[in-house]
Design a binder for this molecule. Structure first.
Ligand code: GTP
Ligand code: SPV
Ligand code: MN
Length: 586
C-alpha cells in the first residue's frame, strides 16, 4: 500500500480501514478522465447508472437511489466531542468512544465483495493558502465519481497532502442502506468523519457538508476564519466594477438560483458572476475586508424548479457530462423534473410508469451533479487563491408571512442577531416534514460543528477582527398573499433587491429606520417593468410592530436556550430591539 503514497499516516489509515472493512480490492483515485469513464462504464454495467439520450445529453447518467435514501438525515447525524457542551444543543451528541464503537461495528466487513476507493480531494483552489485537503475512503463508485465533479480530486490533491500538514479523514460505506444502520458521525477533535448506510449527497460526499461545514466550522473558530452555508456571487455594473455578495439561505431556499441569476431587461449592461452556490470559507484580508473562497468545484443542485425561465444558466449547463439523481424520464430518455418544461414524463423517479395520481414525477429533492466549469456565469475569480472581497452578507429563508422583502441591519452586532434569527420552512433537502417553520440560524442549523452559542460569539469576534466588515442584510423571496401565491416574482428579479443592497453599501439608496432594521423607502427599489399589484411593495416593506414583538420575543427565548454560552452582546442586542419595538407600540 505504501507504494501509493509517501504519507505514512494516510497509508497506515487505509491499511487499518481495509483490515476492518475487508474490501476485495483497493483503488487509489487519480482523478483522470479515464478513471471517471471507467467508473461510469462499470456503473452502467451494474445498473447504478442508467444511460440518458446520448444526442441531447451526451456522457450523462441517471442514478436512482434507494427510495429511503433521498435526502440528508439530520436525526442520524452526530457531532462527537469529548465535552457534550462543545457540540451543543444544536447537534446530536455521542462521546467519541461511543461514536466510534457504534459505527466501527457496522463497518466491520462492510466492504466484502466491493472495491475500496481512496479519494484524495482538495477543498478550494489547489494553490490557495485557505484550501484544506481530505481523503474519503468509500465503497461507492457513485460517490467516487461525484467527488471528481464536486471537488479538486485525485493526484494533485494527494500531492498537496504529501507536502505535509493535517488532512481530514472521511470513512464512508453505503453499508446495507438501512435507515436503522445509518449514521453520519463527526469527530472534529480528530478531524475525522465516519458515515455509513447512505449514498445521498450530503451524507456521503464527505467533502461537502461533513468536511467543508461541520469540521471546517469547528477548525475556523479556533483559527479565526468562518465556514458558512453561503453562495458567493459577483455583480458587475456597466462601469465594469464587480461587488461580491455572500448569502446564507437554508437548504433548497435559493442559493443556486441567486448565484446564477440573470438580471432583468432593466439592468442592461449588468453581469452576474457565479463564484459558489453552497459553501463559502471567509477570511479576514490584509486590506481589512472579508474575503471568500468557494471550497467546491461543482454544483449538487436541486432539480425541481430549475428551468429556462427561472434559472437559464443552470438549465443550460445540464446538457452534457452530468449525473442526475432521482429525476423522471421523458419518452425519448431525457431527464425531466417539475418546472423544466410542460411535457409529461413517462417514467417517474423510481422507474415506474408515471401516473400523476401518484404525485410528483421527480423526487422533490432530486438533484444534478455538474462541474462548475459548465456554468456560463462561472467566475474566473473562483480559482483566485485569495478569494474575492465581500461587500454584503445576506441572510434569508422561506417565510410565508411577517418578514419583509429586504432589510438592512444597523451594524455588525445587529447583523449577527439577524443571522441568528433566521427561520425558514423546512424543505425536501432533509428527511422529515416539509413546510414547517423552524429556527435555522445563519442557515447552519444542520451544519455547525459546535455549540451555536460559541458560534455566535465567534461571529461577533470576527466583526471586531475585520475593520471593514460586510454590511449584513436579510431577504425573503417567499412571502405569500392570502391565496398562497408568492408576492415577489423572485429569481432574476431578485437583482432589484441586490441593487438596493449594493447601493446601501455605497451609501446611496434611501431607507427608513425601524427597530428591526432599515427598510427600503417607497420607490427606492427599482420596480420598472414589473407587473405588481398596487400595494404589493408596501406590504412587502411593512413592519407589523405587534407581530414583530412576538417574533423577537420568540427569538429571545430561542437564544436563551443556549444558556450561559449565549454571548452577552447578543442578549443586549435582542433586548435593545425588543425595547425599541415596545416604545414604538407605545
Ligand atoms: P441547497 O442546494 O439545498 O443548499 O439549496 P439552494 O439554497 O441552492 O436552493 P436552490 O437555489 O436550488 O432553490 C431551491 C428551490 O427554490 C428551487 O425549486 C427553486 O426554483 C426555488 N427558488 C429559488 N429562488 C427562488 C425565488 O427567488 N423565488 C421562488 N419563488 N422560488 C425560488
Ligand atoms: C443542502 O441540503 O443544503 C444541500 C444538499 O446543499 S447536500 O449537500 O446533500 O446537503
Ligand atoms: Mn446546501
Amino acid at each position: 500500500m505504501t507504494d501509493q503514497t509517501s504519507n505514512t499516516e494516510l497509508a497506515d489509515w487505509v491499511a487499518e480501514v481495509a483490515t476492518l472493512t475487508q474490501p476485495d480490492q483497493i483503488h487509489w483515485c487519480d482523478g483522470s478522465q479515464q478513471e471517471y469513464d471507467d467508473l461510469a462504464a462499470q456503473m452502467l454495467d451494474d445498473g447504478t447508472f442508467l444511460p440518458l439520450n446520448p444526442t441531447t445529453h451526451p456522457n450523462s447518467f441517471l442514478h436512482r437511489s434507494d427510495p429511503t435514501d433521498v435526502a440528508r438525515t439530520e436525526h442520524l447525524t452526530f457531532v462527537c466531542t469529548t465535552d457534550p457542551e462543545v457540540s451543543g444543543p444544536n447537534n446530536q451528541w455521542m462521546s467519541p468512544a461511543d461514536g466510534h464503537a457504534k459505527v466501527d461495528d457496522l463497518f466491520a466487513g462492510a466492504m466484502k465483495g466491493r472495491t475500496l476507493y481512496v479519494v484524495p480531494y482538495c477543498m478550494g483552489p489547489l494553490e490557495s493558502p485557505f484550501s484544506r485537503c481530505g481523503v474519503e475512503i468509500t465503497d461507492s463508485p457513485y460517490v467516487a465519481a461525484s467527488m471528481r465533479i464536486m471537488t479538486r480530486m485525485g493526484s494533485a490533491a494527494l500531492q498537496r497532502i504529501e507536502k505535509g500538514g493535517p488532512f481530514v479523514k472521511g470513512l464512508h460505506s453505503t453499508g446495507d442502506l438501512s435507515p436503522d444502520r445509518r449514521f453520519i458521525m463527526h469527530f472534529p477533535e480528530e478531524l475525522m468523519i465516519k458515515s455509513i448506510g447512505s449514498g445521498y449527497g450530503g451524507n456521503a460526499l464527505l467533502g461537502k457538508k461533513c468536511h467543508a461545514l461541520r469540521i471546517a466550522s469547528y477548525q475556523a473558530q479556533t483559527e479565526g476564519w468562518m465556514a458558512e452555508h453561503m453562495l458567493i456571487v459577483g455583480i458587475e455594473n456597466p462601469q465594469g466594477e464587480i461587488h461580491y455578495v455572500a448569502a446564507a439561505f437554508p437548504s433548497a431556499c435559493g442559493k443556486t438560483n441567486m448565484a446564477m441569476l440573470i438580471p432583468p431587461a432593466e439592468y442592461e449592461g449588468y453581469k452576474v458572476w457565479t463564484v459558489g452556490d453552497d459553501i463559502a470559507w471567509l477570511h479576514p484580508g490584509e486590506d481589512g475586508r472579508l474575503w471568500a473562497i468557494n471550497p467546491e468545484a461543482g454544483f449538487f443542485g436541486v432539480a425541481p424548479g430549475t428551468g429556462i425561465e427561472t434559472n437559464p444558466n443552470a438549465t443550460n449547463m445540464l446538457n452534457k457530462d452530468c449525473i442526475f439523481t432521482n429525476v423522471a424520464l421523458t419518452a425519448d430518455n431525457r431527464p425531466w423534473w417539475e418546472g423544466l418544461s410542460d411535457e409529461t414524463p413517462v417514467t417517474d423517479w423510481q422507474g415506474q410508469p408515471f401516473d400523476p395520481a401518484n404525485g410528483k414525477a421527480a423526487q422533490p429533492n432530486s438533484r444534478f451533479t455538474v462541474s462548475a466549469k459548465q456554468c456560463a456565469s462561472y467566475s474566473a475569480e473562483a480559482d483566485a487563491p485569495g478569494g474575492v472581497p465581500i461587500s454584503a452578507i445576506v441572510f434569508g429563508g422561506r417565510r410565508p408571512n411577517l418578514v419583509p422583502l429586504v432589510f438592512e441591519s444597523k451594524n455588525w452586532q445587529h447583523g449577527v442577531l439577524v443571522g441568528a434569527s433566521v427561520a425558514s420552512e423546512t424543505t425536501a433537502a432533509q428527511s422529515g416534514a416539509v413546510g414547517v417553520v423552524r429556527r435555522d440560524p445563519m442557515a447552519m442549523k444542520p451544519f455547525c460543528g459546535y455549540n451555536f452559542g460559541d458560534y455566535w460569539g465567534h461571529w461577533l469576534a470576527m466583526g471586531e477582527k475585520v475593520p471593514n466588515p460586510p454590511k449584513i442584510f436579510h431577504v425573503n423571496w417567499f412571502r405569500q398573499d392570502e391565496d398562497g401565491q408568492f408576492m415577489w416574482p423572485g429569481f432574476g428579479d431578485n437583482m432589484r433587491v441586490l441593487d438596493w443592497i449594493l447601493e446601501r453599501c455605497r451609501g446611496n439608496a434611501a431607507a427608513v429606520e425601524t427597530p428591526i432594521g432599515n427598510l427600503p423607502t417607497e420607490g427606492s427599489i427599482n420596480t420598472n417593468g414589473l407587473d405588481l399589484d398596487p400595494g404589493t411593495m408596501a406590504s412587502l416593506s411593512e413592519v407589523d410592530t405587534t407581530a414583530w414583538r412576538k417574533e423577537i420575543g420568540e427569538i429571545e427565548t430561542y437564544l436563551q436556550s443556549y444558556g450561559d454560552r449565549l454571548p452577552s452582546a447578543l442578549q443586549a442586542e435582542v433586548s435593545r430591539v425588543l425595547t425599541e419595538l415596545q416604545t414604538q407600540a407605545g
